[in-house]
Ligand binder design. Structure first.
Ligand code: BO1
Ligand code: ZN
Length: 263
């Protein structure tokens, strides 16, 4: 498979050519989300966030050359956090989270909300529990559920991000993987209000862009300081360049329905 990147010959403008399966599809992510264009829906299907309050024994952080990714080291699906409710129509097990960020704080998010790009975007990636693994789930239309959380750049450090920021210094180069020094529950990364969100069917935002993701993007952002963003921007990718602007531009909606759901 050809290599991909966020600039140059391997960049997003060429992904559809380099990866015709599936980056050239008609249900790609990210998209521009707009409250005035969304279908408004009220639902009583409350979120069930299982083990989102559990502090794991061990977390690993990886510089994969494209992003910084964090996962629990346990692999027993029964012990991992999961989500259901929220109109997802099934249970999804947590696999990993990672970030997309900009070289400046006026860009960096993948989705935009009402025309606004945020400084970064956090993706909590889950696979449908019945498929057993992320690798298997990518072969199914309803395989993945990703929770997208906007990060609003500002002056004040977000203490919930401190364990991750401290971990970044230990993975400066592509391929580096280390254990985090401080453990925390996934719930620490959620915005205060998870009951209002955008929902649509889309894809992985990186090649091979499989159209298997039920996307949830929360209306409310969390915060991140400029100092914390600078730690992300220090990470090095594959050819001695800093990892930054590792976001895909918004893709055509092509008639898809976008719901704005309130629980
Ligand atoms: S995202 O949340 O849409 N940005 C996203 C993008 C890619 C993946 C997960 C979430 N996963 C990737 C894995 C690769 C794997 C590929 C296809 O999916 O990182 O290891 O090869 O299965
Ligand atoms: Zn992502």
């Amino acid at each position: 498979a050809p290599s991909w990147s966020y600039e140059g010959e391997g960049g997003p403008e060429n992904w559809a050519t380099l990866f015709p399966n599936y980056c050239a599809g008609s249900s790609q992510s990210p998209i521009a989300l707009n409250g005035l264009e969304a279908t408004i829906k009220s639902s009583s299907d409350a979120w069930v966030l299982d083990k989102y309050d559990t502090v794991p024994d061990d977390l690993k952080i990886e510089n994969n050359g494209h992003s910084a990714k964090v996962a629990w080291t346990i692999t027993d699906v029964a012990e991992l956090p999961s989500i259901s409710g929220g109109e997802l129509g099934g249970q999804y097990t947590f696999a990993q989270f990672h970030f997309h960020w900009g070289s400046v704080s006026t860009q960096g998010s993948e989705h935009t909300l009402n025309g606004v790009a945020y400084a970064a975007e956090l993706h909590l990636v889950h696979f449908k529990t019945e498929y057993g693994s992320l690798t298997e789930a990518v072969a199914h239309d309803d395989g993945l559920a990703v929770l997208g959380i906007m990060l609003l750049g500002g002056l004040v450090d977000n203490p919930s991000l401190t364990p991750i920021i401290e971990g970044l210094a230990t993975i400066p180069n592509s391929g580096d993987e280390e254990h985090l020094a401080t453990m925390f529950p996934l719930q620490d990364l959620l915005p205060p209000d998870t009951n209002t969100f955008y929902r649509y069917s889309g894809s992985l935002t990186t090649p091979t862009c499989n159209e298997v993701v039920t996307w949830t993007v929360f209306r409310e952002p969390i915060s991140i300081s400029e100092n914390q963003l600078e730690e992300f921007r220090k990470l090095l990718g594959d050819h001695d360049h800093h990892i930054e602007d590792n976001y895909r531009p918004v893709q055509p909606i092509n008639g898809r329905t976008v719901e704005k759901i309130t629980l």
